[in-house]
Write a protein that binds this ligand. Sequence first.
Ligand SMILES: CC(C)(COP(=O)(O)OP(=O)(O)OC[C@H]1O[C@@H](n2cnc3c(N)ncnc32)[C@H](O)[C@@H]1OP(=O)(O)O)[C@@H](O)C(=O)NCCC(=O)NCCS
Length: 144
Amino acid sequence: MFRPAETAIAVEVLDEALAGDEDYRIVGAYERGADTLVGFVCWGPTPATAGTWDLYWIAVDPAWQGKGIGSDLLEEVERRLAAEGGRLLVAETSSRAEYAPTWGFYERRGFRRAAVVPEYYAPGDDLVLYLKDLRHGVLATPAS
Ligand SMILES: CC(C)(COP(=O)(O)OP(=O)(O)OC[C@H]1O[C@@H](n2cnc3c(N)ncnc32)[C@H](O)[C@@H]1OP(=O)(O)O)[C@@H](O)C(=O)NCCC(=O)NCCS
């Protein structure tokens, strides 16, 4: 479901992470007893923030989806961020219909839909921003 340009960026970011760039961290999920990569997550500190982290990519091979791998990858990120004093985890996603299961994935794991930026990616393709408060689990609702 990723566009070719998105895939190219993901590969570039993975290369940088593997080269030791601290701005991008990655964890892979492998088939038990094999070296076949079946999913990965990539995250990093959001520049010029205090304790905010970006969840850049999380993806599981379609043949392996729905088996708990994505949840395990996300839990691993949160475990590592807890150790680093992480405060806020930000996930950017698309309003395209094929991302509806992804929104559910985030929402059932403590993320809150915080903003929609209309037409951000392309005409008819909004940015949907999800946030997770890593310290309290639930984000305070701003006073109205
Ligand atoms: C979102 C994603 C990483 C979840 O990984 P996963 O291994 O399928 O997740 P789990 O098995 O731990 O959990 C499945 C949950 O995700 C949801 N889900 C999202 N897409 C799914 C899919 N294609 N197949 C099965 N479940 C899916 C299910 O509704 C389920 O929700 P629930 O457990 O709360 O009922 C994975 O489905 C994926 O790679 N999707 C495409 C890429 C994507 O959208 N990435 C995020 C934006 S960068």
